[in-house]
Design a protein around this ligand. Structure first.
Ligand code: ADP
Ligand code: MG
Length: 140
């Protein structure tokens, strides 16, 4: 079943000049970009996006990191996109991520881990709506 998921190429990966490499990996496994934008998140916008983590000890550090430079936000579409994208990303901690995953290749710590991916259909709906309007999602 075709699904949509939200991906973010985080500030660390943009600084490392691996935007193109990461998008090529999505395309190589038929996770098709159907909407995409580069932007700089304010601290408040990062806090809103990561609101589920607001009570975690790393919340302030994470939202400072996510607002430290430009990010690329994308909607990826494809069969079983949410789960397949999480597999392609690898574990949250790059040191524990499987070889060949994006985080193993481009992440440098559990915080600076290069990419974000929605973790469930409900999360994907919230996260896609956070960045994209219906009109921007009309691409086929
Ligand atoms: P994931 O991005 O794999 O879904 P989480 O939702 O648990 O992971 O965490 C969101 C983001 O917060 C992570 O991608 C990472 O950037 C950061 N993070 C997670 N755990 C930690 C931690 N223990 N210390 C610092 N940052 C963390
Ligand atoms: Mg998560």
């Amino acid at each position: 079943m075709s699904e949509r998921t939200l991906a973010i190429i985080k500030p660390d990966a943009v600084k490392k000049k691996v935007i193109g490499d990461i998008i090529a990996r999505y395309e190589a496994v038929n996770l098709k970009p159907i909407a995409m934008r580069m932007l700089s998140l304010s601290k408040a916008a990062a806090e809103g996006f990561y609101a589920v983590h607001r009570h975690r000890p790393f919340f302030d550090s994470l939202t400072t990191f996510m607002s430290s430079g430009p990010v690329v936000v994308l909607v990826l579409a494809g069969d079983d996109a949410i789960k397949r994208h999480r597999e392609l990303m690898g574990a949250t901690d790059p040191a524990k991520a499987d070889q060949g995953t994006i985080r193993a290749l481009h992440g440098t710590s559990i915080e600076y881990n290069a990419v974000h991916g929605s973790d469930s259909p409900d999360t994907a709906r919230f996260e896609i709506g956070y960045f994209f309007s219906e009109m921007e999602l009309a691409v086929r």
